[in-house]
Structures are given as C-alpha cells and as structure tokens.
Design a protein around this ligand. Sequence first.
Ligand code: ZN
Length: 431
Amino acid sequence: MSRDRRLVVTNALLDGKTVSLTALDGKITAIGPEAAVDVNAGEMLDAGGGILCAPLVNGHTHAAMTLFRGHGDDLPLIRWLKEAIWPVEQRLEAEDVYWGTRLACLEMIRSGTIGFWDMYWLPAATARAVEDAGLRAVIGPPLFDPPGADLAERNRELESHLDELAGFGDRIGAAVAPHAIYTVGTASLEYAAGLAEDRGLPIHIHLSETREEVLDCVKTHGMRPAAYLDSLGMLTPQTNLAHGVWLEPEEMELISERGATVTTNPVANMKLAVGGVFPYPDAARAGVPMALGTDGAGSNNSLDLLSDLKTFALLQRHAASDAEAIPVAEAWATATGQRSGLIGRLGRSVTADSEPLTIGAPADFIVLDPAAPELALGNLSSALVYTAAGSVVKDTVVDGRILMKDREVEGSAEVLARVREQSSRLDPGGD
Ligand SMILES: [Zn+2]
C-alpha cells in the first residue's frame, strides 16, 4: 500500500469555472478543469459546486482562553487580567489547556481559519491539541517577570518548553513570546531577543495596546514602545507585534524599515475598551506588513476571523471618516496572511512562494457553501469582507487533510463534552 497521502477535490468552482484539484503529501499537484486532472486515486472531497477559497490565518490569539470566555466580561484590560484571568490561570493544568485549545481549533476549523499565532502557558499541551485537530500554529510559551521569581530558573523552563515544541511535526512552529513591555523588564527582553536569534525563532509580543503602556514606556525609558524594542534588537522581519493601537507615524516608519509585522485585533481592542484604533492608514502608507488576529476568546469572545474582518474594515473606515481607508482587497489579504510573509508562513522554514490554490502551494484551503444566501449575489471578495461570517465555510482542508466536510468535524462531540468537564474545575466559584 502506498504511504503517499493523496486528496482529490471535485466539482469545485474557481474563477467561475468548475475545477478539480489534487494534492499529494500536503501540496497541490494539479488544479484545473475536471478533464485535465486525474481524479482516480486518493481521498475524495466532492465540493458540491462550492467555491474554492484561500483560508484565513489568525495572527494573534491565546487559544486555550476559550476556557475563560465570559470571565470578567465587563472589566478593562488591567483589571480583567488581575482579577478575572491571572488568578485562575495559576490553577491551569495541561489537560485544561489541551481541551481549551481543541475547542478553539474546532471553532477555527468551522470558520475557515487554518492556522494561528498563539501565546499561552503549557505550550506542549497546545501543540498536542493543534496536532490532533490537524491545524497549524506558531506557539510561544509566554515570558513574564513575576515579582521575586528566579529568572535563571524561569529561563531554563522557557528553553525546555521550546525544546519540547521542536519535537512536534512541521505543522507546529515555536516563537519566543515575551508578554509585553509592561510585564517584562529590559534584561529579560534582551535575553528574549538573544534567545530568538540563537534559535532562529520569531518573536511574538503585545505592543502599544493601551495609552498607559505608552506613557509608562516614555517615562521609564525616554522613548516610545517601537523605539524601545528596536533599541533592544527586537524589531526584525521575524517579529510579530500584536495590537499597535497607539503607534505613531514615526514608529510605523521604523517598524516598516525593520520589516516587523503588526497584527491588529480590533474586536478585542473594542471589547477591552482600549480607547484607540490601530492607525491602519499610517501603517499602510509606511508599508508595514500587517495581519489580523482575534486575540484570545477571553477578550473577543469569538474566534471567527471572518466575522472580525468586517469589524476591522468598518472600524478603519469609520475612524478615518474615509470610505476609501481600506479597500476590500487589502482587508481580505490582511485576514489571509498574505500581507506578511512571517504570519502567512505559519512557522514553516520554507517560504510558500506559490499563491494560494496554485500548483506547488500547500494544500490549505476552504470550500464555501454554495447554498449560503450571503454569497448568492454580488462580488465574492466584498461578500467575504462585509457580508459573510464563518458559517459560510462548508469544508476545511489543511495540509491535504479534510478537517471539515459538509460542516462536520470529526470528534467534535468529544471535544465539547471534555472541555465542559475540564472547565467546570476552573469556574471562579469552583474548587
Ligand atoms: Zn493577546
């Protein structure tokens, strides 16, 4: 028996034509009119006349925080962290993180997201969940400077987490993830920059999320957050900066020069009421690589990136008083990881040179439901940005494997049952 993994997709629509697609070992080997593609061998997916579409990539989340959805809903960022999140996180165990992440993966598969950039505790449990769910992820064990902690011991632990992550398959990448400049001191940030360089890993950090963070940074270090990170060697083409709400035009120029990516998380920013809007027009003018993220389900509270895409585009237009602030094509490219090589690559060492849905590209794609009324009329890109939510996704394929077929995800009943069981022990009023 051949060990090659073959997938054949038939009866799909692409650019208005009916096509078939074949994939071998996770790469697209043929795509075109039915007659031109050998449809005889492999696992079959009948697209039922659905449109083949590039998938979404979530540039910033904390997947296991599905466990804390609805905890501290009405608190601002710092009180939310201190009162609703950090105390219960002290009690987390690997099985909590595993099932919380499986729930997140289920939501992402059902809304067309094929990979995500994660930052969370017990990262090997996240990696195991992502592998079992069939998605891709770049996972960063968070680095904090807790008061009174033994930093040498903390560093050893962090490095052993990175070693563990290196043992997973090629759908899992690792990142060095200092939480933020207000929770990690200068010495630890320098250590993180050195560690990332030594190991050839990306850096994933929250930056410029609240006005207080910026004011504190200027007061303590005499410079704004982007310049501060740059002074520590942390702004590189391998850096993913989550939020960037308060970045000024000069900081955008600097980030663009260094080639770092800013991932905007508009829904989480609004829910935590950070009071500002990521200055997309400045970032676009400066040529900053960009991505879209949901942030964790604790502060969003959804992981439906297709739904957040609408909010992203609307918020930018509204904030700029300019209906031309973000064209549909730019919004869509941001949500699919195509405006940042770093985010779209999802930890793979080789750049996917090919455009999505072409020969040689990874077999990562979605099929849109041909019966979805939201997609029945009008321009498809516009419908995806402004009309559709994740429920229009019919099938999800990652690495040549079918993760969802006709909206059914294998094992979803078990995930729901197990995560309910796990989360009951983390209830604020629980044991
Ligand atoms: Zn975050």
